[in-house]
Design a protein around this ligand. Structure first.
Ligand code: PRP
Ligand code: URA
Length: 210
């Protein structure tokens, strides 16, 4: 599994702000979106381009064009929605596929509740987006859904990953690519990432910790 830690001063700076418990949901969403854009920039470095001709002031010119329609952005509900605008800022034409998964806080296993994918998934590069990779269960289940729909090229964007989640993801889906802002120390006894960000969904959407 190709794993890229986007180790950039701006990413480290913004991640520090996200870790700060004083950062309120308004700023958390804004900064998470900015990091999402930076992760998406790295994840799309090898996107294919196609030649098109445009009319410039000096006549016709061959230029490169990225077909946003050849991708699909796949937020895992709910926290992945907080990442979506930052990725859409770079890829506004990419259709959005939505996967609803909620981790059972007793078993720590993901429970699916929604799936609405774009058409022609076998022709698209999927960018799976979720701020947190903890046990890896949610991402593993989401990727299985994408593969079931025919998707062959999958890139995952996470803010923070636990080493345990990355190992589980690699064992289940060695063919995918991962772009992450930080790999943290470990999971705690509640399968939360330490130091992590706390509950990303609650911090993005201002709901109380459940
Ligand atoms: C969080 C997070 C991931 C998942 C990670 O979502 O956004 O989807 O947990 O945990 P895992 O790697 O152990 O599966 P959660 O299930 O809390 O739902 P929410 O986004 O609705 O808050
Ligand atoms: N979900 C979160 O939001 N945070 C964690 O640390 C683990 C799962």
């Amino acid at each position: 599994m190709k794993t890229v830690v986007v180790d950039h001063p701006l990413v480290r700076h913004k991640l520090g702000k996200l870790r700060d418990i004083q950062t309120d949901p308004v700023h958390f969403r804004q900064i998470a979106g900015e990091v999402a854009s930076l992760l998406a920039y790295e994840a799309t470095r090898d996107l294919p381009t196609e030649p098109i001709t445009v009319q410039t002031w000096a006549g016709p010119l061959a230029v490169e064009h990225v077909r946003g329609e050849a991708l699909t952005l796949v937020p895992i509900l709910r926290a992945g929605l907080g990442f979506l605008p930052g990725v859409q800022a770079l890829l506004p034409a990419a259709p959005v596929s939505v996967i609803g998964l909620r981790r059972n806080e007793t078993t720590h296993r993901p429970e699916g509740y929604y799936q609405r994918l774009a058409d022609r998934m076998d022709e698209r590069i999927a960018l799976l987006i979720d701020p947190m990779l903890a046990t890896g269960g949610s991402a593993i289940a989401a990727i299985a859904m994408l593969k079931q729909a025919g998707c062959r090229r999958i890139k995952c964007l996470f803010l923070v990953a636990a080493p345990e989640g990355l190992a589980a993801l690699e064992a289940a889906h060695p063919d995918i690519e991962v772009f992450v802002a930080a790999i943290d120390e470990r999971l705690d006894e509640n399968a939360y990432i330490r130091p992590g960000l706390g509950d990303a969904g609650d911090r993005l959407f201002g709901t109380p910790v459940d």
